[in-house]
Design a protein. Structure first.
Length: 244
């Protein structure tokens, strides 16, 4: 089965929105890992409230991680799935969050404008038709010196880690998702990981987009070698200028 893209993928997420958090809750460490990646942004405490863009916020798990770690941040959360976004916006939030329904390629048309101090992209890049274009857009949205955290299922390249991913998906995730009526989406999500970049390839992709200080950090638990945080910065002295 090929991976889903664009309207087909947004439609699959719309259908799965009602049960998405059930499967998320069954994933040990899911929320803790998102908070860890949010902390890894390393935004300094004090000073003006940082502007943070949450790309591909889904039902709001990544947004919740950001609000927990950065209690003073001004957060804009974006997703292409109206169903997922309704679930996110319907959560109780400790302070206002701006939710925007838009594809990540259409932020300007949806009224989302930088500069942001940080961009957080969780489980997003492998689900886009043009990950390089998304990274270029994130680069433009960031202020010079702004920080990027990509929290992604990106396999290490070791056969053992790939085998764990396939076993978890085949033995648990896909059977449960099929019972819930969302088999097509979760077959896509399984395939999207095994066909996407390894962690080192993802880091290279981020560097190629013009970011500097690119680092790949692992996450603990069963997702070791499966999920990583890729951290980077837009250069402070930007040779490409705002029109990159």
């Amino acid at each position: 089965m090929p991976v889903l893209r664009d309207a087909d993928l947004a439609g699959a997420f719309n259908h799965a929105a009602r049960s998405y958090d059930i499967l998320v809750a069954a994933n040990p460490g899911y929320h803790a890992h998102l908070r860890r990646s949010a902390r890894r942004l390393g935004l300094p405490p004090g000073g003006p409230a940082p502007r943070v863009l949450d790309l591909g916020c889904g039902t709001g798990a990544s947004t919740a991680a950001l609000t927990a770690v950065l209690p003073g941040a001004d957060i804009t959360a974006v997703d292409a799935s109206a169903g997922m976004l309704r679930r996110a916006a319907g959560r109780p939030w400790p302070r206002p969050v701006r939710f925007v329904h838009a594809p990540v390629e259409g932020l300007a048309e949806a009224g989302v404008h930088g500069p942001f101090d940080a961009v957080f992209a969780a489980y997003l890049l492998r689900n886009t038709a043009d990950p390089d274009g998304v990274l270029a857009g994130a680069y433009r949205m960031l202020a010079p010196g702004g920080r990027l955290a990509v929290h992604e299922y990106a396999l290490s390249g070791r056969a053992a880690h790939r085998a764990v991913w396939n076993a978890v998906c085949g033995g648990l995730v896909l059977p449960v998702a099929t019972l819930l009526g969302d088999g097509p989406l979760y077959r896509h999500l399984w395939r999207s990981v095994v066909t996407f970049d390894t962690a080192s390839q993802l880091a290279h992709r981020v560097r190629r987009a013009g970011f500097e200080q690119v680092r790949v950090l692992p996450l603990p638990g069963w997702q070791t070698g499966i999920t990583h945080t890729v951290l980077a910065r837009r250069p402070s002295a930007d040779p490409h200028g705002a029109g990159r």
